[in-house]
Design a protein around this ligand. Structure first.
Ligand SMILES: C[S@@+](CC[C@H](N)C(=O)[O-])C[C@H]1O[C@@H](n2cnc3c(N)ncnc32)[C@H](O)[C@@H]1O
Length: 278
């Protein structure tokens, strides 16, 4: 996609108009439309939360249902959000995981979400490993704080070993669905694992120091068939009238009174250093 068309797409999408800090908000809203994840929840964790649009959605939905409690975690700074407790840290680090778990001791969470994007190298195997490590860390935290029947939603990449991920998630949740919100570009292999009905196997004792997903698995794992292979339903969500991430919206035409410029909801906390221009 050329710069101009991407530019058109990005500047005209309506997140700012609606008060969301990022377009990602629509992904969670569309997942909720399909799976009713946010109905009746009062305690939630937003892992990899910056700049905070998912936390905004969570707190807004809880606001209309009474007093909510959202813990947002990111290794980057995030501007404060009323009603959201922030923890700055890397979710793959024990100290961060412990800090999150501590907040839910005695009163577990209804929902854990993770929209994390690790720093990518461009080397497919390493990137897949990093993504899975992030998912592992999020799942590990979720197993410590979710109430029975609770939900876990995590970004996944529909890559080579995604079936393994589904199988492992199915160990802990009664349903696992691969969902693609309309606001997630169809050209991207990004999707979301929507895991409902937290129900760990009998005898399972969560342990923050022990990874749940282990990368030393056999390369043939995905070749299993029959009941050992978990086929997870694929669902697209978001109303047809919703904003289409692949569509180019017209630029703000001069003299068009219906169009108005809006400032970002939350300007970046740290601007990237200026590099040489080419
Ligand atoms: C796509 S953004 C999340 C957007 C967010 N859901 C929203 O709606 O505003 C991905 C985030 O993952 C965070 N992240 C990536 N790896 C992380 C890690 N190991 N620990 C904590 N945060 C991480 C990044 O800092 C980044 O802010």
């Amino acid at each position: 996609m050329g710069w101009a068309s991407k530019f058109k797409r990005d500047v005209c999408r309506p997140a700012q108009e609606k008060g969301w800090r990022a377009e990602s908000a629509f992904k969670l809203l569309q997942l909720d439309e399909e799976f009713h994840l946010l109905q009746g929840i009062t305690r939630a964790v937003d892992l990899c939360a910056a700049p905070g649009s998912w936390s905004q959605v969570l707190i807004q939905k809880m606001g209309s249902q009474g007093s909510g409690h959202v813990v947002a975690v990111d290794r980057q700074d995030m501007a404060p959000l009323p009603g959201v407790l922030q923890i700055k840290g890397d979710i793959t680090q024990l100290s961060t995981a412990k800090a999150v778990v501590q907040h839910f001791e005695g009163s577990p969470a209804d929902l854990v979400v993770c929209d994390g994007d690790p720093d990518l190298t461009g080397l497919q195997d390493i990137d897949e490993h990093m993504r899975t490590q992030l998912l592992l860390a999020a799942l590990n935290i979720a197993t410590h704080i979710l109430k029975p029947g609770g939900c876990f939603v995590a970004k996944i990449i529909r890559g080579r070993d995604v079936t393994l991920t589904y199988s492992q998630l199915r160990v802990f949740f009664s349903t696992v669905v691969c969902a693609k919100p309309r606001s997630s570009p169809s050209s991207s292999s990004e999707a979301f694992a929507v895991c409902q009905g937290y129900d760990p196997p009998a005898g399972f004792l969560p342990d923050l120091t022990k990874p749940l997903l282990n990368h030393s698995y056999d390369a043939d794992f995905n070749q299993l068939d029959g009941p050992t292979r978990i086929i997870v339903p694929f669902v697209t969500c978001g109303h047809l009238s919703a904003n289409d991430s692949e569509h180019c919206y017209p630029l703000n035409a001069e003299g068009d009174s219906k169009c108005k410029d809006v400032l970002p909801m939350q300007p970046p906390i740290l601007l990237p250093p200026r590099g040489p221009t080419h």
